[in-house]
Design a protein around this ligand. Sequence first.
Ligand code: 13P
Length: 342
Amino acid sequence: MNLADLNKVAQAMVVPGKGILAADESSGTITKRFDAIGVTSTEDSRRDYREMLFRSTEAMTKYISGVILYDETIWQNAKDGTPLIKLIEQAGAIPGIKVDEGTQPLPACPGERVTVGLDRLAERLKRYYERGARFAKWRAVIDINARGIPSMTAVGVNAHALGRYAALCQAAQIVPIVEPEVLMDGDHDIDRCLEVTTRVLNVTFQELRKQRVALEGMILKPNMAISGKTCAKQASVQDVAEKTVRMLKACVPAAVPGIAFLSGGQSDEEATAHLDAMNRIGNLPWKLTFSYGRALQAAPQKAWAGKAANVAAGQQAFSHRAHMNSLASKGEWKADLEKKAA
Ligand code: 13P
């Protein structure tokens, strides 16, 4: 492992004004997104859609530091035969790869899940590195939408897997994005989310240390401290920002170069406003940016709707969201910039 080089990649992923496009939906998940816009999900339509994103010159060169790909995409070529991964590199962004293989029910823990994919991970990482991937992602999912969960068992096994994954990535000279996601589903309030996320982050960092992961060569991808989706009392933007920053300061060592949030079901504008408010607090030991999936792609998906004639509109919608989040990563976003564009 060359830690100086891992650190260089990690720093580039969170450089001020840029963030990560999470375009690593599994074929099942992207099919759900396509169903919502009336597009049939095929290898070709998935390729066309992602090619549209990666050829969005403004977004990709100015606002996007890296792209997380799904296995299918990393081996796919654009219509003209150029590997999709090359389009990302040509724009000056870093290609990354989702390496977890989804979740399975956790035995003896009703309703809870564990993320799998460690078997043969070392060999897969080698192939992804050769193809050009310089970072990876593994998502652990913690549900809090029922009494008695999460169990310490679920938190423990998921954190252990994140540690195993991160150590294997660094051995393969790939920067791990460590993603423990506490879901927004449910009517819990922000303080319940804050309490569980604190516990999950603490156990995760214990595992990372135990398994000798170099903190300077990783990126954390957490959820924000935020109200459950169906909670009657939704916390304000300022509340989310202050509680999230306080939580991260208590849990995330300053050696970690950056924190890139998931959007987790927040609306596009909420995800941007929250990131902006956190960066306005300032004086933080790590960079805070975005690694959004839905909050970057909902608008371009709608504008595109599977039609070649709409490619420019889709790219414009993507560039706008990427621009807004770029400003938020510097604490320079303003709500009226959204209205002007509308
Ligand atoms: P969302 O921003 O849609 O939550 O997706 C980010 C991601 O990569 C989830 O693993």
